[in-house]
Design a protein around this ligand. Structure first.
Ligand SMILES: [Fe+2]
Length: 310
């Protein structure tokens, strides 16, 4: 898998475009957009409770905190988990396929996407990287913004805020992970810090969840738990593979089964949201789990929606 070279030549041509394995056939907000409070450096990170972190059944990585760090404050954050190298998807668009320990012997993949605009980086679905990975990330640019897409994700947000002073963008009520407090509370009208990027909000969901459409390269849809393109087992342990297969995860452009169950209001349906999603123009997609769907993503999702919502 081609990776981003740590050397500062990241403006060169695509390094990974031919290598994709996975082609498709409320807490009170502290500010609203345009009004940023002083940076929050958490002196008491206050990790969320141990145990499950939402519908995906993740064990909170805070239970395996880093034992060392250059500062005490860094050691209070969840440790970096095994991950692949940063890979270029398109010009100024990168992803990292990381992982997360869900429980004893159970590890699955967890992804983040990095968007670059000039020297500034915006991270979607933040995943803490190891020392080498972080050095490669810093070669790409300055981490300025974190965009939380999923209600159940955010365990590494405090690290990025403390380490880079990044601003956190998330929806009102996205408080499954209560820290850090957001700098920007997003809604459908929010202008994102990346040109050609638009926010899609799941209006019917019981908890805040959104996605980002990058209107370039044929359209890249970035989701969190809502849509997951599972076509291989990278970073998945044997126990995770067995569980994921039993739970119906292993499908292209799949709507995460536990996520759908948790997010669907009683007597309601998420179908209107996915129908609106299918009105967007995108050919590629990547979620917080699984792999990149390069080409044919919309048709694959259309097939999924017609199957899930007959
Ligand atoms: Fe997840």
């Amino acid at each position: 898998m081609p990776a981003v070279n740590a050397a500062p030549h990241v403006n060169s041509g695509p390094t990974g475009t031919d290598s994709f394995r996975n082609r498709c056939s409320p807490r009170q907000p502290v500010a609203t957009q345009g009004s940023f409070p002083p940076n929050r450096r958490l002196t008491t990170p206050g990790p969320p409770a141990l145990g499950l972190v939402g519908s995906d059944g993740y064990e909170d990585p805070a239970s395996s905190k880093a034992s060392t760090g250059d500062e005490t404050i860094m050691s209070d954050h969840a440790a970096a988990e095994p991950h692949s190298q940063i890979e270029k998807l398109f010009d100024d668009v990168y992803w990292v396929q990381g992982s997360i320990r869900m429980g004893p012997g159970v590890r699955t993949n967890r992804n983040m996407v990095v968007l670059r605009q000039e020297s500034e980086l915006t991270i979607l679905n933040p995943v803490r990287l190891d020392e080498a990975g972080e050095a490669a990330l810093e070669q790409l640019g300055d981490v300025k913004h974190l965009v939380r897409l999923g209600y159940f994700h955010g365990v590494d947000d405090p690290y990025y805020v403390d380490r880079f002073g990044a601003k956190l963008w998330c929806q009102a009520g996205s408080d499954h992970h209560r820290e850090p407090t957001p700098d920007v509370v997003m809604d459908e009208s929010t202008e994102l810090p990346i040109a050609d990027a638009k926010l899609f909000v799941y209006r019917e969901a019981r908890h805040p969840e959104c996605a980002v459409l990058l209107e370039r390269h044929g359209g890249l849809l970035v989701t969190c738990d809502s849509i997951q393109h599972h076509v291989d087992w990278t970073h998945c342990s044997l126990m995770a593979r067995l569980a994921m297969r039993a739970m119906g995860f292993m499908k292209p452009m799949n709507i995460g089964p536990p996520w759908r169950k948790t997010m669907t209001p009683e007597g309601g349906s998420l179908r209107p949201d996915f129908e609106r999603l299918l009105e967007l123009d995108f050919d590629h997609a990547v979620g917080a789990h699984g792999s990149v769907c390069r080409g044919g993503a919309k048709q694959a999702l259309r097939n999924t929606v017609s199957h899930v919502f007959p």
